[in-house]
Design a protein around this ligand. Sequence first.
Ligand code: B12
Length: 212
Amino acid sequence: MVGGVNHAIAQLADAGFDLVHTFDPIAAAREPGWDHLAGGHRLALLIGNTRALWPHFVAAMKDPALAAEPDPLDRYTERAVDAAFPGARVEYAHRAYDGRYRPFQRLAAATGFGVLVPSQLVIHPIYGPWFALRAVILVDGGAPVHLPIAPPYRCTQSCGAAFEAARDATHWESWLAVRDACSQRAWRYPEDQIRYHYTKEWIPPVEDADPP
Ligand code: B12
């Protein structure tokens, strides 16, 4: 079974979902909004991505049917998870359940993936704020242990001011400024990925010209 899970994780990584954080769903059920995880599996995977997703998604968008979807990235995510973990119990960050989103950020903080800071973003010790949380998948296996982590040592919490400034702003660039307020920028998304995530505007990339 472990081999099966590892193979499925590798398949997800091949689709651009390069972050996998294991956690104990029964322990996580103590968090508000996650109590329904109690009493079942002992192992769950929090799936996410860094900028590694972007080239895979750009390639997938050559499919006109996907490009015509109202939320292509959400559909791409669901197809990749279904293909890697057929029949598994899955919850998605982009879906509302009984009218409410699952509080993925609180789950990420409680299970030691990252720390929630005043900008209302989770900061990962390596990727900073430059990742996305996509899904929780329940699988067979034993419970891992992670403790919540401390804020990264360079964190000044000054992003709170950028967050307050963005709340009443109408330009998406104000929300980008919230993320850019974090000093951990090494994994910043490329500009076209940023534009897509903040505006949902899809600008097909210019193909390389054929060599002469
Ligand atoms: C709805 C939503 C939004 C709404 C916010 C509505 C609101 N007031 O909560 C809007 C459309 C404005 C939004 C904007 C953005 N979002 Co958003 N959003 C979500 C979503 C789908 C649900 C949040 C939610 O309701 N959770 C349920 C409640 C019950 O949880 P909660 O813990 O009580 O509340 C949390 C959030 O609501 C947030 N929050 C609380 N108050 C406020 C107020 C404002 C104005 C905002 C923006 C957020 C916010 O912080 C809380 C602590 O965790 C999550 C995915 C998920 N399922 O978690 C992504 C999510 C939180 N968003 C994310 C991101 C990246 C963004 C953006 C930066 C742009 C983007 N889409 O790329 C912007 C700007 C946010 C920022 N702080 O800079 C990421 C955060 C990743 C991270 N590093 O933490 C998530 C996890 C999605 C993902 N795929 O990874 N978002």
